[in-house]
Design a protein around this ligand. Sequence first.
Ligand code: NAP
Length: 279
Amino acid sequence: MNTVTLNNGVVMPRIGYGVYQVSPAECERCVSDALSVGYRMIDTAQAYHNEEGVGAAVKKSGIARDELFLVSKVWISNYGFDKAKASIDESLRKLGTDYIDLMLLHQPFCDRYGAYRALEAAYKEGKVRAIGVSNFYPDHFIDLASNVEIVPAVNQVETHVFDQQIEAQGYMKEFGTHMMAWAPLAEGRNNFFTNPVLEAIGKKYGKSVAQVALRWLIQRDVIIIPKSVHVERMQQNLDIFDFELSQDDMVAIAGLDTRQSLFFDHHAPEVVKMFMGWK
Ligand SMILES: NC(=O)c1ccc[n+]([C@@H]2O[C@H](COP(=O)([O-])OP(=O)(O)OC[C@H]3O[C@@H](n4cnc5c(N)ncnc54)[C@H](OP(=O)(O)O)[C@@H]3O)[C@@H](O)[C@H]2O)c1
């Protein structure tokens, strides 16, 4: 499995399986399928309400715990030091494990510093092997990374061909933080799966649009977590290590960047208000 070494020396797979919008009922089956086709990193979150399904599939798989890499995220309703600390213990219980490999703050709102200190405390206690953030775009990211004891190992942000986060990745590299892409397939938005540029490149290599877009992220040194509830697609999304995009392909894909989110602008007042309604 292709791996990356984080800023604290922890080794993490470059590709994992994400379980956002996988219902609690279906999660165990999906994660079992993902493990059976070769995924070893699973990305969940307290807010997905499916950590227990991940834990059940891991237990059933019989795969040694140290061969797996579990990622979860603290939701904003659990921010502040004490609540975040208690929520990490709850995630450990739901996942059925003594440690989480990578624990992130899910959003850059509310008492994020208190919550981050809880991640640092859990790290020191050995409950998590690495810590980081998610949805921290350059302003929030630089602020936090400059003012904490343990610099985030990972920042998971929306990243796909239509919103490429080139500058954001540059700022992360300055701090030794790895970029991890959520919605690496743009969740299919903006006619992603029939994009003519990606289709034409795929034809040259006998690969699908999804495979081209995922390979492009890998070649940009981005960690990816595509989601599918279909085992054939899970397999297809893993099968991206036997071809290499050319420099011309990379330039053509760079031309698809709109530098705009397909989901939310974390700086827009109405979006911040929406998140306040979810705390
Ligand atoms: N930190 C955050 O705030 C945040 C936000 C969103 C997501 N995430 C994480 O990132 C992961 C991935 O993002 P995402 O789930 O939003 O979107 P995504 O992985 O970009 O796209 C998933 C969509 O693509 C379809 N799909 C997957 N592989 C395909 C293939 N080979 N061919 C055709 N269709 C395919 C899936 O359909 P089927 O399932 O029907 O196959 C699903 O509709 C999440 O699961 C979650 O772990 C994090």
